[in-house]
Structures are given as C-alpha cells and as structure tokens.
Design a protein around this ligand. Sequence first.
Ligand SMILES: NC(=O)c1ccc[n+]([C@@H]2O[C@H](COP(=O)([O-])OP(=O)(O)OC[C@H]3O[C@@H](n4cnc5c(N)ncnc54)[C@H](O)[C@@H]3O)[C@@H](O)[C@H]2O)c1
Length: 260
Amino acid sequence: MLVGRRAVVTGGAAGIGAAVARSFAAHGAHVLVADVDPVGDLEFDGTAGGSVASVRCDVRDEAAYETLVAHRPDILVNNVGHYLRAPHPFAANSPDLWHDLHEVNLGHALRLTHAVLPGMADRGGGSVVNLTTVEAHRAMPGHTVYSAYKSALMQFTRSLSAEVGPAGIRVNAVAPDLIESVQVPYDELVPTEQRALWPNWSPLGGPGQPEDVAGAALFLASDLSRFVTGSTIHVDGGTHASGGWVPRATGGWTNRPLNP
Ligand SMILES: NC(=O)c1ccc[n+]([C@@H]2O[C@H](COP(=O)([O-])OP(=O)(O)OC[C@H]3O[C@@H](n4cnc5c(N)ncnc54)[C@H](O)[C@@H]3O)[C@@H](O)[C@H]2O)c1
C-alpha cells in the first residue's frame, strides 16, 4: 500500500509510533523515525522493500528538522504527545506546565508540519496524520490543558486540510483511547483481579494494541483514503461513540454510578 513512499514518524521508538513505523515499512515505505530514545530493532516483513532508519532527536527542537525534511517525506505522522503529570485540578497547575504541555502536544506538530509542507507540495502532495485522543472530543477532568491542546491539534487538522487540499496534501487525525503502550501501561495499571472487567470498559472491551492504531494510520497514509481529509478516525473500542455508557457484566448497559 505504500511501496516507494517516504515517511517521517515522530516518537516511533515505542508504543503507537513503533507500530506505525513497522506497518508502513511492511507496506513498502522508507520510514525515518524521530525519537528521543534509541530505536531498537523494529521487526517487519521486508518483502515489499520497505525500510526503517532513525534519528535520535527531540521533536520539540527545530534543530532536527533539517534532517527530517531532507528525507523528502510524502507522509508525516505527528505522533509525539503526552499528558506529562498525574491528574490534578486546573486551579492547582502552573503556566510552566501549560507551556510544557503545549510543546509536547501541539508546538512540535505545528512546527514540523510547517517545515515539511513546502516539499510535499512541490512533490505533488502527501498525507499528514496527527495523533490526537478521545479527550480532544470529550472532557478529561484533571488533564484540562492536555485535553485543550489535543483539541487544538484536532482543529488544526481540520483547518489545515482545507488550506492544503488543493496542493494534493491530505491532513487527518487518529484519536486513540485504551491503547496499551509505554505511556499507558494498562497491563500494570489494571490489577490482575480486575482484568475480568475489561470487557465492560468499552463496547469492544479492551485494551487495544498499538497495531490497532497503526491500521488507521496506514489507511490515512495510503491511497485507500485518497478522498478523505480533515477527518478523525476514532480507535478507541467505542468509548467516544458510547460516551458514559458501559456494558454491564450482568448484561445490558449502564450510565449510572453502579459497580459494573
Ligand atoms: N496509548 C493510548 O491509549 C493513547 C490514548 C490517547 C492518545 N494517545 C496519543 O498517541 C500518541 C502516542 O502515544 P503512546 O501511548 O504510543 O506513547 P508512548 O509514550 O508509549 O510512546 C511515545 C514515544 O515518543 C517518544 N517521545 C516522547 N517525547 C518525544 C520528543 N519530545 N521527541 C521525540 N520523541 C519523543 C518516546 O521516546 C516514545 O518512543 C501520543 O500523541 C498520545 O497522546 C495515546
């Protein structure tokens, strides 16, 4: 699906970004991963001729962008993002935290996209995929500013898609929830005795895996989505669609504060 394409994936050493890099390479893309951490051996089926290389860098710092732009990407996946702190009330956080959240969730995506777009346009088009979150679309008490910046990234996706559509560049988002990763290690967060409750945590149960998000990113990067832009694909087991409704262990559904 991506034979001969060139892709930049930020935060591709682990979690969702690593699954995206592996999936793109397995479909024939030449992927450049930009990550603060060293990139280990990302195993993929190489029969489609794809490859994965890496640059160790902090994507908040524009110093790395020359190398990323020189890769001549047709596809950019702005995957780096983080909530940074344990939940606490907005009234108790400081502008320093807001700055840090801006830089890790929005600033780099704006700056790197800005750096990559002219080359994409010159080469006749491309695809930008931004990783947002279900919390760009619903409340996240205790993470108000993270949620606000992710929502801004979603709206950036929408507005930019209109601007650059005539240049053949598509811009879309993927909004995950409940995906097992380094950042959200559900395997550690959910005690063994509560694992039986997983089927009740979303309409499709859970947790999801990074590969589930990579599937949506692959669709958005490929020509299968050639008439899709400004959209968000929700890869969340149905948590966005179902809002506060969860399946009951005993059958049926509840949106009440019952022990599920
Ligand atoms: N996992 C989930 O359930 C979930 C839910 C909602 C949204 N998301 C979003 O999906 C994206 C990926 O999440 P994940 O769970 O795979 O994250 P993760 O923390 O497991 O992996 C992130 C990767 O990015 C790298 N990274 C972090 N900061 C960086 C920086 N400044 N420069 C370069 N590399 C950097 C890390 O080294 C790591 O390899 C994020 O934008 C996150 O907000 C994830």
